[in-house]
Design a protein around this ligand. Sequence first.
Ligand SMILES: *Cc1c(COP(=O)(O)O)cnc(C)c1O
Length: 468
Amino acid sequence: MRYISTRGEAPALAFDDVLLAGLASDGGLYVPEAWPLFSLAELRALSGLAYPELACRVMLPFLGGAIAEGEFASLVREAYAGFDDERVVPLKRLGQGECLMELFHGPTLAFKDLALQLVGRLFDHVLERRGERVTIVGATSGDTGSAAIAACQGRASIDIFILHPHGRVSEIQRRQMTTVAAENVWNIAIEGSFDDCQDLVKGMFNDRPFREGLRLSAVNSINWARIMAQIPYYIWAALSLGGLERSIAFAVPTGNFGNVYAGYAAREMGLPVAQLIIGSNRNDILTRFFESGVMEIRAVEPTLSPSMDIQVSSNFERLLFDLLGRDGSRVKEAMANLRKEGHLELARADWQKTRPLFSSAMLDDEATLRAIAQVMRETGEFLDPHSVIGLVAGRRMRRDQSVPLVALLTAHPAKFPDAIARAIGRVPPVPARLQALAGLEEKYTILPNSLSEVEGFVRAALAKRNQG
Ligand SMILES: *Cc1c(COP(=O)(O)O)cnc(C)c1O
């Protein structure tokens, strides 16, 4: 198995190189040269397996032998051993053929743990074998930072520095990051905005001596391994709902298009998927695109579902690559236009290819609050403001009521108590993991919005650790 860049100019790489590279050298994203195919019989043979076993079998063809099967199986088992539900990804049936897939049982109570808990271990495994180390730097407005820290804490070959805007992330989010005691984790609170944090991270990557000296790396959502680790739960859900006699529709609250693209990958591998329904908030660039074939960038608006406050969804380029006939030069041109003009328009025939599979709907904050209240009335379930957008989009766009609808729940409701209190006047019960945070000591450093100060801090912290 080799991976090729969506922009057609970077060399094809093996799995372990793609893992460490993240972005391709031509600015594109890596995708498998060809999708591994599973027949219906091969998929059915996976039913009854525990989640880590199933996940291992689904992902194995993507490794192309870069990691030995037995070692990979242990890494996958370890990745999901810390989940607080032994099923890892429990499913809850509602009426009307609806089903909720709970992706929030990992250490930070958000679906990003499903991918990052494995990716952190894969990084460590490959680096250790090569005798190399990396320094991961990232900026967070809340959720991704804690999932990345949880994935990297205590890994021997990784140091991680996460920047967050001082005083501008919620208390839960800050505590999830700052109470991690591992010695390879540093939290930096920047006196500035999230954009300032992102600019500082970009600044570090653009500073070549710094980047190369410290071997900077990222575990962001374009990393192929993150997509790969999200494919198994689509197959898990379909098998859990029956023997694949019927195809299934999935409803996915979407930001960077990583989660729903993994559903697309599962279908390319042979899973009978009837519909992939995307939910977006007011930042509805994808909904407008799937309705019209035209992608138009607008300013990002803050909403109650902050992890979906995104304009250009980075993983969309992977779908675009297929829509444009896997022609890297066409992707390169389209992406350059999107960057320059804020506009990308597909030929009608190319856009039409998306119609049978993808649909999309938008819920603004008011509709999100009403939906949280409605779902509570109907089912007694607390849904967080991201997940509820997916479920309601699914209900709106579901074409065939005889096709089961699986709604992906991407965050535990207790992470968003304020929105839920606004919707229904009370807050969800707090799981043990979050309760425990209140008693732990926080560790973070406040720094000014200055690239030289931040770089100085990173250098000094690593030097000190290497001495000790
Ligand atoms: C990251 C995130 C999303 C968006 O997922 P993408 O893969 O970026 O589309 C949705 N909900 C929550 C809670 C998230 O953290």
